[in-house]
Design a protein around this ligand. Structure first.
Ligand SMILES: Nc1ncnc2c1ncn2[C@@H]1O[C@H](COP(=O)(O)OP(=O)(O)OP(=O)(O)O)[C@@H](O)[C@H]1O
Length: 213
């Protein structure tokens, strides 16, 4: 699905080769500042390598329209974005930037909230949610978009352990059923070991001693 060859980005990334196969969950693991977020941003063209190639389904990412690519490869950043409006608005807003043409109805969205362990009404103002609740709403938004690839940057960092387990169990079951691909940054080795098909250690990936953490 993705293949990286001879990638160089500033003095942050130096990767000879990395292959991401579809249908798998990959966890990027490594020290703070080791380039995990930077690498994640390469996969949907938010950042462009200085040297080297990234291929997505055998086409160079640079040849693809970034907007179209981001419909298939969706990033959920470290800081959850909440838009003005209700919880319903927030769950549905990503559909405008996705290839998914079937809009979930209120029953679907209420079930999604339930699975994300959010006892909230769809009409509630999203601005009043706590940090962990906002994180789950942002998670729900990308789930509704149903992209081929989820790029997740510490998606459960604001959740307590029990909630994280429930949310991740639900998420991984759902994406495995749909044969989606996940590349996820996490600081939790337990989360990485529990949910990933493959762990990618940044210090092993980087080929230059100078960029090793
Ligand atoms: N646009 C940029 N220009 C220059 N340096 C940058 C840029 N973005 C990030 N960096 C630096 O690159 C390094 C890697 O940052 P990155 O955010 O990818 O690390 P990370 O592994 O995700 O860290 P954390 O676990 O703390 O989120 C850091 O030293 C950071 O300061």
């Amino acid at each position: 699905m993705f293949e990286i060859r001879n990638l160089v980005y500033k003095d942050i990334l130096r990767i000879d080769h990395l292959e991401i196969e579809s249908g798998n969950i990959y966890c990027l693991f490594g020290a703070s500042g080791s380039g995990k977020t930077t690498l994640l941003k390469m996969f949907n063209s938010m950042l462009t390598p200085d040297e080297g190639e990234i291929h997505f389904n055998n086409t160079s990412i640079q040849e693809l329209d970034a907007v179209e690519l981001r419909k298939k490869v969706v990033m959920l950043g470290q800081d959850p974005i909440v838009f003005e409006g209700s919880i319903r608005d927030n769950l549905l807003i990503g559909l405008h930037f996705s290839e998914q043409d079937k809009e979930p109805d209120d029953n679907d969205l209420t079930e999604l909230l339930h699975q994300l362990k959010l006892s909230k009404d769809l009409d509630e103002d999203a601005a009043n949610l706590s940090g962990g609740e906002k994180q789950r709403i942002a998670f729900g938004r990308v789930l509704v978009m149903e992209p081929d690839v989820f790029l997740l940057d510490e998606p459960t960092s604001a959740l307590d352990d029990d909630t994280e387990t429930l949310v991740m169990d639900y998420f991984t079951k759902r994406i495995k059923e749909a044969n989606k691909t996940v590349i996820m940054v996490t600081h939790s080795k337990g989360t990485a070991e529990t949910y990933s098909d493959q762990l990618i250690y940044m210090n092993e990936l980087q080929n230059d001693e100078e960029v090793r953490s």
